[in-house]
Design a protein around this ligand. Structure first.
Ligand code: 5AD
Ligand code: SF4
Length: 479
């Protein structure tokens, strides 16, 4: 090794992880610069996200690094570098990735310098890596959820290697702060407050692919939000697989409700959302903080999964139908204007039509503003995958349709409660179908469309809700 390189290597050893990655961003930038000269234009990149809000936030981190390295971010997959940030919560998410990879391959054949990377939850499954290695040899880089903070370093490795670079870790306890982020919206942002999950619901693959629960220290979270607010953010979404157990593993433990109090005090921040709450950990303290808060939005996503106590037990959810109903009732009593939304799974092993009846009973009693209904998907390695009595497809379909019908009817009724009121909406974008209209979001997460100038995007404006169209409104701005 030359002396210069030796010095460099020693320097890297002494760096913090953040400094190391910033160093690799600079190094990646040299390769991107080389490519720019070769192509005679700025190289482009495209980050495609599958799955949840956590993945969306991770994608903003990937985009931040790519942008810093010199790439131009675009939305089209004919870009010079394409990365898929994958999800594996249900099998159809995996199938979509395989389907689209074929298309990427045909694009790559037309532009051999094109690089393709895969990361995210799906890559934590050994069978997936096996399949990609075997049948998708054109992929250049694969990494998982635990080493995403090493993206810059892996990018350099990819540039310096001829074959497929694969780096998957089983776990990590590391949280690396202060890497670049490229936000999708200038005025709102997700913030990770914790990573991983310890709940092991028997159907769910998340604890296996995202690892054990780790909370970020409050000081880092607050610092990040303050910086975002200084940069124009008015709404934050605190993200975690189970935010209600935030802080339990910190050196100085603190509750999620206490964290919310601190976030509330941040000057200039207007709205706070969070996702996702596990019913078993939702405390009275949290309900009180929400009730007293001027900034926490009137929306709670409270996954039910099933309304049958027998199925809930098999799912390892650790609450009964009655406990869930009592909790929802308490929340409605304390915060009457709150919108409650949920996730429901139909077709869990052993589920019978009478269990679906119980789920429907809960939907009718809680009156959700919206419910995401999923068909149970068998995930290899989870306890439910090995359970007997997997439900036949036709029975699942019948149950699913019944649930969906009730969900839609109740949601329509719930959403229409707001008719005639004037409420504040955060203007998010120009309406996709009619550019004379703006699209805004109410505190309770309902969408409203109204006439207005594009310059209002990012502002909170009062809107009179004039016409309810099922799950959204048409309104009129009242300033
Ligand atoms: N099959 C179907 N739905 C699932 N979910 C999680 N795992 C599965 C699975 N194996 C749903 C749950 C969860 C949401 C994010 O995805 O409802 O709340
Ligand atoms: Fe899955 Fe349960 Fe964790 Fe949610 S809380 S991600 S359903 S294991």
């Amino acid at each position: 090794m030359e002396q210069k390189d030796q010095i460099r290597t020693n320097e890297i050893k002494d760096m913090t992880e953040t400094q190391r990655q910033l160093f690799y961003i600079e190094k990646a930038a040299m390769y991107v610069q080389g490519l720019k000269e070769e192509l005679g234009r700025r190289p482009t990149c495209c980050v495609t996200t599958f799955g949840c809000q956590m993945n969306a936030r991770d994608s903003e981190k990937l985009a931040g690094i790519l942008e810093k390295a010199g790439y131009l971010l675009i939305d089209e997959e004919d870009a010079d570098f394409v990365i898929y940030n994958t999800c594996t919560v249900r099998d159809n998410a995996n199938q979509r990735v395989y389907g689209r990879l074929g298309h990427l391959n045909s694009l790559k054949k037309k532009m051999p310098h094109k690089k393709i990377a895969l990361c995210g939850c799906m890559m934590q499954e050994p069978s997936v890596i096996e399949k990609i290695r075997k049948s998708y040899g054109f992929v250049d880089l694969i990494f998982g959820t635990h080493n995403i903070y090493k993206f810059a370093e892996l990018l350099v490795k990819m540039f310096e290697s001829d074959g497929m670079v694969i780096d998957i870790w089983e776990d990590t306890d590391k949280i690396v702060e202060d890497l670049p982020v490229e936000r999708k919206y200038p005025f709102k942002s997700g913030i990770n407050i914790m990573f991983g999950c310890n709940n092991f619901c028997s159907y769910c693959i998340v604890p296996y692919v995202r690892g054990r629960e780790r909370s970020r220290i409050p000081k880092d979270i607050i610092r990040e939000i303050k910086a975002l607010v200084a940069d124009g953010v008015v709404e934050v979404m605190l993200l975690g697989q189970n935010v209600n157990s935030y802080g339990k593993n910190l050196e100085e433990p603190m509750t999620f409700a206490q964290l919310l109090r601190e976030v509330e005090n941040i000057e200039g921040l207007k709205r706070i959302r969070f996702m996702t709450s596990h019913p078993k950990d939702l405390s009275d303290e949290l309900i009180q903080v929400m009730k007293e808060s001027k900034k926490i939005c009137r929306h709670l996503h409270l996954p039910l999964q099933s309304g049958s106590t027998r199925i809930l037990q098999a799912m390892n959810r650790r609450y009964t139908k009655e406990q869930y109903l009592a909790l929802a009732e308490k929340i409605r009593q304390e915060i009457p204007d709150i919108a409650i939304t949920t996730d429901i799974i139909v077709g869990f092993p052993g589920e019978m039509p009478c269990d679906v009846d119980e789920t429907i009973d809960v939907i009718k009693k809680v009156k959700y503003d919206n419910a995401f209904t999923f068909i149970y998907s068998k995930r290899t390695g989870t306890p439910a995958a090995a359970m007997e009595k997997q439900v036949p497809e036709a029975v699942v379909k019948e149950g699913f349709d019944r649930v969906l019908k009730v969900v839609q009817d109740t949601a329509r009724e719930q959403v229409s409660r707001l008719l005639g009121q004037t409420l504040e909406a955060l203007v998010e974008e120009v309406n996709e179908h009619d550019d004379r209209l703006l699209t805004g979001r109410l505190s309770n997460n309902t969408i409203v469309h109204f006439e207005g100038e594009k310059s209002l995007i990012g502002q909170i404006v009062p809107v009179h809700l004039k016409e309810c169209r099922g799950f959204y409104y048409f309104g009129e701005m009242t300033i």
